[in-house]
Design a protein around this ligand. Structure first.
Ligand SMILES: NC(=O)c1ccc[n+]([C@@H]2O[C@H](COP(=O)([O-])OP(=O)(O)OC[C@H]3O[C@@H](n4cnc5c(N)ncnc54)[C@H](OP(=O)(O)O)[C@@H]3O)[C@@H](O)[C@H]2O)c1
Length: 247
């Protein structure tokens, strides 16, 4: 039985893959590069397959959906994504457009396609990797926060639709705060607050995900931030959150 993980070759996706592999799932890792695949192969006894796709392309997303039909997939992890930081006149609009494509368009195409496939058999599990960014708004990371709000909102809507249909297919959404991965390098930043390790986040996530928990928030401080985000106006959140990372 396969688990397909986008961005499964690095960071959070890699550690989710390792933990699913240890639970006996064969793994399909989707990314543009081979990345840390060898580290995964060293730690799991199951099959590990790499599929090379660039998820900024809608066409490639649809081709991935087709190619994945060759495999008996029970778990889909929508994890690939990235961020960027900077003042409005320093950030690159092309990079931001690609961020929307990977973080949102690919998330929509792949999540909907896998949910429909799983619903045909009334079996399967989906995880959308959003972020604690989805709880708030932030200057200097505006686009990233907006993309994660989309992913978070999408997960909530599908969750309710599945419940209304009494489906056995489940969806979860992961909302980590800062995690030590390649994220900072790609986003041209350094976190100013303590990061969790991706090993911890991967293990915690797989445990909660396989139990069917809907909103998965690793770490006490981010759990508190989640609660706090329901109580205060967004304009106030944007004032606090501006200090989270260096620009
Ligand atoms: N690190 C954090 O602090 C943090 C916090 C909250 C949420 N998240 C979210 O967690 C997810 C994973 O990020 P990470 O922190 O683990 O970063 P990472 O180490 O940079 O991993 C990102 C993964 O996504 C893949 N990817 C990126 N662009 C892609 C594209 N166009 N097509 C296919 N694959 C692509 C990368 O592979 P290739 O580059 O080889 O394509 C890589 O495997 C992201 O959605 C991120 O927004 C991260």
């Amino acid at each position: 039985m396969y688990a397909l993980i986008t961005g499964g070759t690095s960071g959070i996706g890699k550690d989710i893959a390792i933990n699913l592999g240890k639970k006996g799932y064969d793994l399909i890792l989707v990314s543009r590069h081979y990345g840390d695949t060898d580290q995964i192969k060293e730690q799991v006894k199951t099959n590990v397959i790499n599929l090379t796709y660039d998820l900024t392309s809608e066409e490639e997303c649809f081709k991935l959906v087709e190619e994945s039909k060759k495999y008996d997939i029970e778990i889909f992890i929508n994890n690939a994504g990235f961020g960027d930081i900077g003042y409005i006149n320093k950030t690159d609009l092309r990079k931001e457009i690609n961020m929307v494509k990977v973080n949102d368009i690919a998330t929509l195409i792949l999540t909907k396609s896998f949910l429909l496939r799983f619903m045909e058999n009334n079996k399967g599990k989906v995880l959308i990797v959003a972020s604690a960014a989805a709880f708030g708004v932030a200057p200097y990371m505006n686009v990233y926060y907006a993309t994660k709000a989309f992913a978070y909102s999408l997960a909530h809507g599908y969750y309710r639709e599945l419940k209304d249909k009494k489906s056995k297919v489940s969806i979860s959404v992961l909302c980590p705060g800062p995690v030590k991965t390649r994220f900072e390098e790609v986003a041209n930043t350094k976190f100013n607050i303590k990061s969790l390790s991706s090993q911890y986040v991967g293990k915690y996530t797989v445990k909660k995900f396989l139990k069917g928990k809907f909103i998965i928030v690793p770490g006490l401080s981010i759990k508190l931030a989640h609660t706090f985000s329901h109580l205060v106006p967004k304009r106030f959140i944007s004032k606090i959150v501006r200090k989270q990372a260096s620009i």
